[in-house]
Design a protein around this ligand. Structure first.
Ligand code: SAH
Length: 251
């Protein structure tokens, strides 16, 4: 994250906090209103423990200096009307950044934020290959600097989490998943039951069984659930044979 000419220590600290929570640590400050802004008591107070990000923040005299080793810079700008490149929404910019990083892990990417009062200049935006704007209300869309940093850090995090889906959380009392052997016994049982109730014609099975297999494979049933299904198969077989308790045999 690159902050151009930040003027409030509080914003620098709050930006550091937002970054740290979302797993980002490299902060660069370009020509801050006063040197050492990252060590200002207000910055430390707003960083609320994300002090390492502040301590390691780099200070640069110019944006060109800050971007010297960067391969892709993204301008984060509230006001993009006068710039030629149409801004993309943050989720698209962040997805693109992650895709490029995935293709080349050595790529250095910078997200560039403007100064509190006037934002990024046209020349500063033109240093960047991509422009993103957080689409707020047309007549009131300028966020506080640290809040804008928060939104962008969250979008990056979200894109990252979406790319690496967490393993599906098991219900706490769901018990162990069914083994393939348990599933196989169920499929045999189910086939017999389907034949018995006349749903499956063994002479012309068509695609029913493979489709059922796909359905149950997708559901990833638990052992307990397979037991339940086998109870159902048993009942279907009994019903087909007219052996359900309380019912006279058929025929
Ligand atoms: N009046 C200024 C406001 C600057 S706010 C302007 O119109 O640009 C400080 C910085 O926060 C901006 O330069 C930008 O980097 C970021 N910011 C605030 N609101 C934003 C928005 N809706 N979309 C993208 N960035 C925003």
């Amino acid at each position: 994250m690159v902050l151009v000419s930040p003027s409030h220590g509080g914003n620098v600290g709050a930006a550091a906090r937002a970054m740290r929570v979302m797993g980002l640590r490299r902060l660069a400050l370009v020509a801050p209103r006063f040197p050492g802004i990252a060590a200002h008591p207000e910055a430390l107070a707003f960083a609320s423990g994300a002090t390492e990000v502040l301590a390691q923040a780099a200070e640069h005299a110019s944006l060109d200096e800050a971007l010297a080793d960067v391969h892709l810079a993204v301008a984060v700008s509230a006001d993009t009307r006068e710039f030629s490149a149409a801004p993309v929404p943050p989720w698209e910019a962040c997805a693109q950044v992650l895709a490029e990083l995935r293709a080349d892990a050595a790529l250095q990417v910078a997200l560039v934020f403007g100064t509190e009062r006037t934002g990024l200049s046209i020349a500063q935006v033109q240093r960047c290959g991509l422009v993103t704007a957080i689409p707020g209300e047309a007549d009131y869309h300028s966020l506080n600097l640290a809040q804008a940093v928060q939104v962008i850090c969250w979008e990056l995090r979200r894109a990252l989490l979406a790319a690496e889906p967490a393993p599906a959380a098991a219900e706490p009392d769901a018990g162990p998943p069914a083994t393939l052997a348990q599933l196989e016994r169920f499929h045999e049982h189910f086939e017999q039951a389907l034949v018995a109730v006349g749903f499956l014609d063994p002479a012309a099975p068509k695609k029913l069984l493979p489709r059922m297999r796909r359905l149950f494979a997708r559901a990833r049933p638990r052992a307990e659930e397979v037991d339940l299904l086998r109870g159902l198969c048993k009942q279907m077989l009994l019903a087909a044979q007219g052996r359900l308790p309380g019912r006279p045999p058929r025929g």
